[in-house]
Design a protein. Structure first.
Length: 140
């Protein structure tokens, strides 16, 4: 009986992937063709172009693993690793300067984020060189 279930999974998974990609390509194509020609005066795209744009965005911006959500420290893994490496090599004074500069550039005013603090405040305040950085807490 387990052999039959294994075969069914083996057949179902590729079918589910094809259906997911088809729906994603269809949604991206329709959103692009409905919104962007009127807003940015660009041409319409085909289904295959839409699927290519979707795959390109996934490659550039990451695949959303590890359960990150908006404001939760998500983003492309290569970018996160690069920033962590850069941050590890900074002195405490350089860290503070970078933190201040990023705060000023993000919105240019106080009071942004929840309670006037962004989740990277907690992340950077708790960071100690030589140890693995903790995941930022968006609820802080």
């Amino acid at each position: 009986m387990t052999r039959f279930n294994d075969r069914r999974k083996f057949i179902f998974i590729p079918f589910a992937i094809v259906v997911f990609l088809a729906l994603t390509g269809f949604v991206v194509m329709n959103l692009w063709n409905y919104l962007l020609p009127a807003i940015l005066h660009v041409g319409i795209i085909t289904f295959w172009q839409a699927l290519g744009i979707f795959i390109l965005c996934k490659i550039l911006f990451g695949f959303g693993h590890r359960g990150h959500r908006w404001g939760g420290g998500g983003g492309a893994p290569w970018m996160r690793r690069k920033m962590e490496e850069r941050f590890r090599n900074m002195s405490p004074e350089e860290r503070e300067k970078l933190k201040t500069r990023l705060k000023d550039n993000m919105c240019g005013r106080e009071g942004w984020g929840r309670h006037g603090r962004h989740h990277f405040d907690t992340y950077w305040d708790d960071f100690k060189p030589g140890e693995e950085p903790k995941a930022p807490n968006p609820e802080a």
